[in-house]
Design a protein around this ligand. Structure first.
Ligand SMILES: Cc1cc2nc3c(=O)[nH]c(=O)nc-3n(C[C@H](O)[C@H](O)[C@H](O)COP(=O)(O)OP(=O)(O)OC[C@H]3O[C@@H](n4cnc5c(N)ncnc54)[C@H](O)[C@@H]3O)c2cc1C
Length: 433
């Protein structure tokens, strides 16, 4: 796997290999029509789970809360529970290492900012806390897990955890060694150019960036007001709110990976436990960060229960509807939006999804919203590439400003385009991301 010219991870290899269809690959790629789907995998791994929900899948229990112990919450992007649970598995001796995504040492060489690594101590694990909206790949850590005996946990977004499940189904060594999977809810994956664009908009070049924090936390600001920070090679830092970036509206789809157009798993339905942000009030206004948690493994349920009893973590039970409400926009885009997108491909290789192709009941405005997001995702890669090659940042920034304002106007009646849409009576009745 290598970063391509658009800053996306792509398989690299001899053309003869790339173009040849092999069954092991077809059965282990999370987007392959020949791979088991999330329902089948969850059915196999959690046959006794007491809850089932069309949006969040099988589950044992669901909670909202955060880590109380130490600095986990302050150091995490959300409530710090991912790192807390992973640390607890290490402390209890249930695993020897955890595969997660940490900053890679770039030293201003323009290499990837983040990569999967295996941490074997709580200290190393804590240094890798925080969300990375950055392309990564698993092959290196899977190779290590195959070659170094021990028990491991893997943290990943839903398609990565699905890939791990599919790989363990084919590889008994991986199956024996990967003892736990910790999922992150996912809106979609970004390309490496998102980081570069943020750097540009903070008045610097990627070569001068030593580190990037996508979500600097501040207890006195709402948790959902994302603020990015770059640290430069000279040790100085610069910060900017996502809302003030031309491509910082997550829902508009800038730099989204194309595969995400075909995803129907928001919450990591095949993971033993998964974590997201509690994007509902009062939690979204609490700058300290709050997780929603879905527990599927009984063993992990016991571990988080012990943590609550000892006051080391704070969790309130919630139902599936609460979890779904925290991800309302993500589910709309991956259910109704996916059904609509699937109607666009009538021939050729189309993914096998749990959602059926249908445009029924989708208003003209929502259809336009889904089309615009698709277009922004598709064109942001290309326009950015041209701006990069021409060394003309304003080319991309002007295009992105125009694209965002058109999207906001057409989809949400915001801004000058929105006022025009209203005046011309083009707006439909409903809305929401
Ligand atoms: C691409 C992406 C999209 C997301 N979209 C949503 C969303 O739509 N809705 C939502 O509620 N939550 C989403 N999340 C999850 C959210 O950002 C938090 O990661 C989650 O709430 C856990 O917070 P925490 O404070 O408990 O984790 P922390 O304690 O900060 O720990 C996070 C752990 O995850 C690891 N990690 C970070 N990035 C990656 C990655 N790309 N792949 C694998 N491991 C990683 C870190 O190394 C660390 O170990 C997304 C995360 C990612 C990476």
């Amino acid at each position: 796997m290598r970063l391509d010219i658009y800053g996306q991870m792509k398989p690299a290899g001899a053309r003869s290999w790339l173009n040849r269809r092999t069954m092991p690959l077809a059965a282990s790629c999370p987007f392959s029509p020949d791979a088991e789907d999330e329902d089948a995998l969850a059915g196999r791994h959690f046959p006794e789970a007491c809850g089932r929900d069309p949006l969040i899948g099988r589950y044992e229990a669901a909670y909202v809360g955060h880590a109380e112990e130490g600095e986990f919450r302050g150091e995490g992007s959300s409530g710090g529970l991912v790192t807390w649970v992973a640390a607890e598995l290490l402390r209890r001796g249930l695993i020897d290492g955890i595969a997660h995504v940490a900053p890679s040492s770039t030293d201003g060489d323009g290499g990837p900012l983040f990569a999967y690594t295996i941490s074997r101590s709580v200290e190393a694990l804590r240094q890798g806390a925080k969300s990375r909206y950055y392309p990564v790949e698993l092959s290196g850590v899977l190779r290590t897990i195959r070659s170094v005996p021990g028990r491991y946990a893997v943290i990943g977004i839903p398609c990565f955890i699905k890939a791990v499940r599919l790989a363990t189904a084919q590889d008994p060594v991986l199956a024996e060694r990967i003892a736990f999977t910790l999922g992150l809810f996912c809106g979609h994956m970004k390309s490496a150019r998102m980081a570069e664009s943020f750097a540009w908009q903070m008045g610097t070049a990627m070569e001068d960036v030593a580190a990037l924090d996508y979500r600097v936390k501040s207890p006195d600001r709402p948790a959902n007001w994302y603020r990015a920070q770059v640290m430069l090679n000279d040790g100085t830092t610069r910060e900017k709110d996502w809302w003030h970036m031309v491509d910082g509206d997550w829902g508009a789809g800038f730099f989204q990976n194309h595969a995400c157009n075909f995803c129907d798993d928001v919450v990591g339905e095949t993971a033993d436990i998964s974590f997201g942000d509690a994007w509902v009030e009062p939690y979204s206004s609490d700058g300290r960060g709050t997780n929603v948690v879905i527990v599927r493994s009984r063993e992990l349920h016991g571990i988080v229960g012990d943590g609550v009893a000892a006051g080391r973590i704070a969790l309130e039970p919630v139902d599936a509807g609460f979890v779904a409400a925290t991800q309302a926009a993500g589910f709309r885009h991956r259910r109704e939006g996916l059904a609509f997108r699937l109607t666009w491909w009538r021939a050729g290789l189309t993914p096998r999804k749990r959602v059926q192709a249908s445009a029924d009941g989708i208003s003209a405005r929502r259809r336009m919203t889904y089309r615009m997001r698709y277009g922004i995702a598709r064109w942001s890669h290309r326009v950015f590439l041209v701006a990069r090659l021409l060394r003309w940042r304003r080319f991309y920034l002007m295009w992105a400003t125009a694209a965002l304002s058109t999207y906001h106007g057409l989809a949400y009646s915001r801004g000058p385009v929105g006022r025009l849409v209203e005046r011309l009576g083009l707006a439909g009745a409903e809305d929401g991301h």
